[in-house]
Ligand binder design. Structure first.
Ligand code: S3P
Length: 173
């Protein structure tokens, strides 16, 4: 069954630290809709931070939880504003569920702007631990291709979160 455009969830994807959570929350406020941050939901379910889930249960288990949560959300909810974890879109099943049920935006940031933010997020992102800047740049580039699959890409280099949120709200009207 096809979900009418006006009822679809709005899903934000993109690399760690581009502002998915901040911008998602702003969009939700502007549209009077519920906001769901998938990582925060998984943290609530397991009563521990994502870093701790990675440590004690391993990345593989985290990816499974992420997939179960997102696929269920896609097929069973409407009208939500959702920010995904930056790795979620690497899973084919997640992409398929998102793209067939929801409106997906890819929040893009250039590598040169992104690397200036690295110090702000590195400690809370297990995927970035023990990696050289070159390794991180390769990961950034490899993921870029996947985020671009079928998504409306929004460049956030020259806009603050408020402007990006306004822009997205306008494109929906
Ligand atoms: C991850 C991104 C994180 C979080 C986890 C793994 C990734 O979310 O899901 O640390 O693989 O890119 P953010 O994109 O919100 O940082």
């Amino acid at each position: 069954k096809v979900i009418p455009l006006k009822e679809r969830n709005i899903i934000l994807t993109g690399f760690m630290g581009v502002g998915k959570t901040t911008i998602g929350q702003l969009i939700a406020n502007k549209l009077y809709r519920d906001f769901i941050d998938v990582d925060q939901e998984i943290e609530k379910q397991h009563n521990m931070p994502v870093t701790e889930i990675f440590k004690s249960m391993g990345e593989k288990n985290f990816r499974q939880m992420e997939k179960d949560y997102i696929v269920d959300l896609c097929y069973n909810s409407r009208l939500k504003i959702v920010s995904l974890g930056g790795g979620a879109f690497m899973q084919e099943e997640i992409r398929a569920a998102c793209l067939s049920t929801s409106i997906v935006f890819f929040l893009d940031l250039s590598w040169s702007s992104w690397k200036d933010r690295l110090h702000l997020i590195v400690d809370s992102r297990p995927v970035l631990q023990n990696k050289s800047l070159d390794d991180i740049e390769s990961l950034f580039a490899a993921r870029q291709h996947v985020y671009e699959i079928n998504n409306s890409k929004i460049s956030t280099d020259d806009s603050d979160p408020e402007e990006v949120a306004d822009y997205i709200v306008r494109t929906l009207k």
